[in-house]
Design a protein around this ligand. Structure first.
Ligand SMILES: C[S@@+](CC[C@H](N)C(=O)[O-])C[C@H]1O[C@@H](n2cnc3c(N)ncnc32)[C@H](O)[C@@H]1O
Length: 218
């Protein structure tokens, strides 16, 4: 869920920072749809004009991490996946204004995009920061993290590559560790790579909440 209040108008020139992802309207079973009609996997050279390492952020919100990282590391290509249109447009505007030619965003369910569009063994790090914990039983299926996500993340990561997950939510963190154990193929590491506090981390830190961090390695 995203509670960003400001109005966002996508500039025409920012559109090139958004990668397309077409979801059929009124489709009840998207997995079945994508199995029957597999989308084209990403061609990074065609998108970025280079073969630099790829990092993916799922649920980037206001895009603080994505745009900071994009600015600091021009030799890494960043792709942000976000389910809220407004945030995709906001960060596309920022990428345009900052001339961040190594940043792209996609309006999508990051779980589906990782599974059906990101090429296998192509990503150096997957970032998931402060995902919605969805604590009500009927909402659990909305959680980004589950066995299917671990499977997709493992599959798109190169050997030795990383999955970062940070949260302020103790119960979600415990659930994440439990899911990691069930999946059983990642190892723990302390190599968090570059990080800058996201919008939500800043908010939770101001409120004095604890932050839980896990970094897994393929
Ligand atoms: C609590 S916010 C955290 C935003 C940002 N990572 C931060 O730390 O400031 C969670 C974000 O994940 C997005 N989101 C939720 N489910 C998603 C999904 N399945 N795929 C992509 N983005 C998702 C929401 O729209 C929201 O922007």
């Amino acid at each position: 869920m995203n509670r960003y209040k400001k109005k966002v108008v996508l500039k025409k020139e920012s559109e090139e920072f958004i990668l397309p992802f077409i979801i059929p309207s009124k489709c009840k079973d998207l997995n079945a749809h994508f199995i029957e009609n597999p989308p084209k996997r990403l061609d990074y050279s065609a998108i970025f004009g280079n073969t630099n390492p790829i990092e993916i952020e799922v649920g980037f919100g206001t895009g603080k991490f994505l745009t900071s990282a994009g600015k600091l590391f021009p030799a890494i290509n960043y792709i942000g996946l976000e389910i809220t249109r407004k945030m995709v447009q906001h960060v596309a505007n920022q990428a345009h204004d900052g001339a961040l030619s190594n940043v792209r965003v996609v309006l999508c369910d990051g779980r589906l995009y990782m599974k059906y569009v990101v090429p296998s063994e192509s990503v150096s790090r997957v970032h998931v920061y402060f995902p919605d914990p969805w604590t009500k039983k009927r909402h659990l299926k909305r959680r980004v993290i589950n066995q299917e996500f671990f499977d997709s993340a493992y599959s798109v990561l190169k050997d030795g590559a990383y999955l970062n997950l940070y949260t302020d939510h103790k119960e979600y963190f415990e659930y994440f560790l439990e899911q990691r154990n069930i999946f059983g193929r990642f190892k723990d590491t302390s190599d968090m790579g570059f990080y800058t506090p996201t919008g939500y981390e800043q908010k939770w830190t101001r409120e004095g909440r604890d932050i839980y961090r896990a970094v897994l390695q393929k």
